[in-house]
Design a protein around this ligand. Structure first.
Ligand code: AMP
Length: 114
């Protein structure tokens, strides 16, 4: 999966501003931020989207959300408000086909999303 840019970021082969990392998960700042805080949280293992998770990934998914909460606290947005989202396939806006959760905050979010 060397052609996957998020696999390359996870392995350290490609630079990103990493804000958190452990044996299962990496988080880094989005290169095109849509809010004052815009971090992407990814599993190290290659998964195309949330639709490709299996029941065995339950603990990984739970861990990802623990990491999202920690990052939100570290970035100072946990109390005011955080938008956590993941896009699945092109019409929803997915452009990188390695599962990632956007963690956005630091401004008032609009609804409905564009
Ligand atoms: P999505 O469109 O939901 O698939 O989100 C992909 C996100 O990855 C976009 O917000 C991009 O700005 C971001 N992105 C793409 N390449 C990089 C990169 N090399 N480093 C950090 N963020 C990236």
């Amino acid at each position: 999966m060397e052609e996957c840019i998020f696999c390359r970021i996870a392995s350290g082969e490609m630079y990103a501003e990493v804000v958190y990392g452990d044996d299962r998960v990496v988080a880094f700042r989005d290169i095109n931020p849509q809010a004052p805080v815009h971090v992407l949280v990814i599993p190290r293992k290659h998964v195309r989207s949330v639709f490709d998770l299996s029941p065995q990934d339950g603990e990984l998914l739970s861990h990802i959300f623990q990491v999202i909460r920690k990052i939100s606290a570290d970035e100072g947005i946990a109390e005011k408000g955080v938008r956590v989202l993941t896009n699945v396939e092109r019409e929803a806006g997915q452009s990188v086909f390695h599962l990632h959760f956007h963690v956005l905050g630091g401004r008032r979010m609009l609804w409905p999303p564009g």
